[in-house]
Write a protein that binds this ligand. Structure first.
Ligand SMILES: O=C(CO)[C@H](O)[C@H](O)COP(=O)(O)O
Length: 233
C-alpha cells in the first residue's frame, strides 16, 4: 500500500465508528468511499454491525454493493424514510469544511443523500486539504445536455475556464447517472464559495454544483500517511 492508500484506509476505518446497527447508511462514491464500503462489509459479514440498509450515491457504488453480496441491504431513497449517516469523500476541502465534489461525476446524487443525512461524515487523505477552494480541481457542474454550451459561455463570462468533461477511453462527453453532462469550471480569482454556488445554480440548465457547504458537513476525517487521523468538527 502506498501512503495515500494508508491514509484513505485510516480515514475509512475511523468513519466506521459512525455506522451503527439499525442505521440507514448513505454510501458515497469514489476510491475512498469504496474503502469505507469494503470495511463496512467486513463488519456486516462478521456480525459486528447488524440490520443496516445501504443507500448508494451512484450506480458505481450500487454495483459495488451488489458485487460484495450485499444486494439485500441495498435501498433507493424512496424506499427509506431517513438517512442516519452518510459517509463520502471529496476532491478538495477547506478549513471551514466546504467541499469540492464531483470528480467521479456523482455530485447530484451525492448532494441529495449527503445533505439528507442526519450526520454527514467526509473521509479524505491529507492531500485534499487546501486553504482555499477550488485550488487544483475545477468545480464540477452537472448540466442538462441541451444547455451545455450556454452554461459554458455564461461561466466563461464570470471569468476563468469552463470545459465540457470527456471520459477517457470513450468518444463523446461523460454522461452522468442522471443522463446529463459535466462542465468543469475553474474561476480565475479566489472567490466566495457560497456566492459562487448560488450564482451558478441560478443558471438555467444547471442541475447541481459540486460545491458542498461546510455547514452541512458534520465532520471531516483526515487520514495521514502514518495511519493516524485528525478530525475537523
Ligand atoms: O465526489 C466524488 C465523486 O463524484 C468523490 O467523492 C471524489 O471525487 C473523491 O474521490 P476519490 O476518493 O476517488 O479521490
Amino acid at each position: 500500500m502506498d501512503n495515500t492508500d494508508v491514509a484513505k484506509e485510516a480515514a475509512a476505518k475511523e468513519a466506521l465508528k459512525y455506522a451503527r446497527s439499525g442505521y440507514v447508511i448513505g454510501v458515497g462514491t469514489g476510491s475512498t468511499a469504496m474503502v469505507f464500503l469494503r470495511e463496512l462489509h467486513r463488519l456486516i459479514i462478521n456480525g459486528v454491525i447488524n440490520n443496516v440498509l445501504l443507500v448508494p450515491t451512484s450506480t458505481e457504488t450500487e454495483i459495488e454493493i451488489v458485487r460484495l453480496g450485499l444486494a439485500n441491504l441495498l435501498r433507493y431513497p424512496w424506499q427509506v424514510d431517513r438517512i442516519d449517516v452518510a459517509v463520502d469523500s471529496a476532491d478538495e476541502v477547506d478549513r471551514r469544511k466546504n467541499l469540492i465534489k464531483g470528480g467521479g461525476a456523482a455530485l447530484t446524487r451525492e448532494k441529495i443523500i449527503d445533505y439528507w443525512a442526519r450526520e454527514f461524515i467526509v473521509i479524505i487523505d491529507e492531500s485534499k486539504v487546501f486553504d482555499s477552494i477550488p485550488s487544483k480541481h475545477p468545480i464540477p457542474i452537472e448540466v442538462i445536455p441541451f444547455a451545455w454550451s450556454i452554461v459554458k459561455a455564461r461561466l466563461e463570462e464570470l471569468g476563468g475556464t469552463a470545459e465540457l468533461r470527456f471520459g477517457s477511453g470513450k468518444r463523446g462527453p461523460v454522461v452522468t447517472d442522471n443522463g446529463n453532462y459535466i462542465i468543469d469550471y475553474m474561476p480565475r480569482a479566489v472567490v466566495n464559495i457560497e456566492d459562487l454556488e448560488r450564482t451558478i445554480k441560478e443558471l438555467p440548465g444547471v442541475v447541481e454544483v459540486g460545491i458542498f457547504n461546510g455547514r452541512r458537513v458534520s465532520r471531516v476525517i483526515i487520514g495521514k500517511a502514518d495511519g493516524s487521523v485528525i478530525t475537523m468538527d
